[in-house]
Write a protein that binds this ligand. Sequence first.
Ligand code: IMP
Ligand code: MG
Length: 181
Amino acid sequence: MVRKAPPHTKIMIRQQAIQRRVRRMARSIERDFPGERVHLIGVLKGACIFLSDLIRELRMEVSVDFMAVSSYGKGHQSSGQVRLNKDLDSSIEGLNVILVEDILDTGLTLSYLYRVLQQRKPRQLRIAALLDKPSRRIKQVKADYIGFEIPNEFVVGYGLDYAERYRNLKDICILSLPSPH
Ligand code: IMP
Ligand code: MG
């Protein structure tokens, strides 16, 4: 059955295409760390769905931890500042760390997190981002694993929210709210 998008949303990337892409990202990670363990760090809350799909595709030793940051307020606009709301549970020293994020937009969040984590002496530090909006970049950050490069549209679903809503959509959808005027 072809699913219809909820009001004010339009499907950009369907569930099936996401699944296929996540599987291929897992294959790249396996190739890059043969016989080794990777430590995935999910950035809450947006990355939770991507991370939970990604770990189940990885045929290797995996451990998981989470961080929570806030950079966006309740709406579309970034405040430009990143705050660490939840730190890791355990040390990452000497580990092959992959920072798992839903979307790389301005790059402010990931450049901040990258700096914080790099100081803790991981063996390797890489970035996996499901989505990349290169046209919005303010801080230069490059992800090692990217799911989809997308144009400058505000998207929701598959973990991504607008004011905490829409995270449960199975597809990634463009959100166009009616203008208040
Ligand atoms: P950055 O710091 O601007 O790169 O933004 C990263 C964070 O902003 C992401 O983790 C998302 O939570 C949020 N974000 C950026 N673009 C979108 C979008 O299109 N939809 C939903 N959240 C977004
Ligand atoms: Mg996020």
